[in-house]
Write a protein that binds this ligand. Structure first.
Ligand SMILES: [Mn+2]
Length: 239
């Protein structure tokens, strides 16, 4: 991913949460991450997610994050904060997650765009489709996106890539560099272009196209597993 930023000419790298799986990661892992980000030839913005919360025992309060490279920013404000990159005509907004609950609304408090600037927002949460009836934590509803006002909404939480754009707001789960579970060949970065004339567009750039062979076996296994589960369920219903 670090290499991909220069290869693809990225101006900014956004990491929309769950960079770390939990707070038990060693300081070596945290230091390694900070070093890797220092080698990115662009600003890097990290939004904490539910696996790496911004609360009082946050991984982002650990030693290696006390003295981060100039290009690395972590969103820490629970009410939301805006980072300005005037040289890029870009403002970035995000709201740090302190607890992953149904009451946390990742898009709440997003400002309107500044005249003449792109507003890109980052959010970590679960998108509820129009007909979803279950209540999940850190919910993002269709009307939240439709009325967000930002030019692009960079979403994290789902491991798979998904376009959940509504009205004029382009809103996309990037997918992750290692790919969804069982499909490493789908590991990708989402490359977003903000063009004053052409508008907002994005594309996926695969990072691990060589992983197909491994994936084929993994997916076969997953399918069999699902089949077993389904058969078990059917038997239970029948019995
Ligand atoms: Mn998450």
């Amino acid at each position: 991913m670090v290499d991909a930023v220069s290869r693809l000419g990225g101006d900014v790298l956004l990491l929309a949460g769950d960079v770390f799986d939990n707070e038990r990661v060693s300081d070596d892992v945290v230091s390694w991450f900070v070093e890797q980000m220092a080698s990115v030839e662009a600003p890097v913005i990290v939004l904490p997610g539910n696996h790496d919360l911004a609360h009082n025992t946050s991984v982002y309060l650990r030693g290696p994050f006390q003295d981060v490279p100039d290009n690395l920013s972590v969103i820490r404000e629970p009410c939301g904060e805006t980072l300005a990159f005037p040289e890029l005509g870009l403002e970035l907004w995000g709201r740090a997650m302190l607890s992953h609950t149904p009451g946390f609304r990742p898009l709440e408090g997003m400002p309107s765009p500044t005249e003449g600037q792109w507003l890109v927002a980052m959010a970590h949460g679960h998108f509820h489709f129009e007909d979803d009836r279950d209540q999940r934590s850190s919910p993002i509803y269709p009307e939240d996106i439709a009325t967000a006002g930002c030019h692009y909404l960079a979403l994290g939480h789902w491991d798979r890539h998904a376009d959940v754009s509504r009205a004029d707001t382009t809103a996309v789960y990037s997918g992750c560099p290692y790919g969804p579970i069982g499909a490493p060949e789908q590991g990708a970065v989402c490359v977003v272009d903000l063009d004053p004339d052409a508008g907002v567009s994005y594309r996926l750039e695969l990072l691990n196209p060589g992983a197909t062979e491994l994936s084929r076996h993994t997916r076969t296994y997953v399918r069999q597993d699902e089949l077993m589960l389904r058969l078990t369920r059917d038997l239970q219903q029948a019995g």
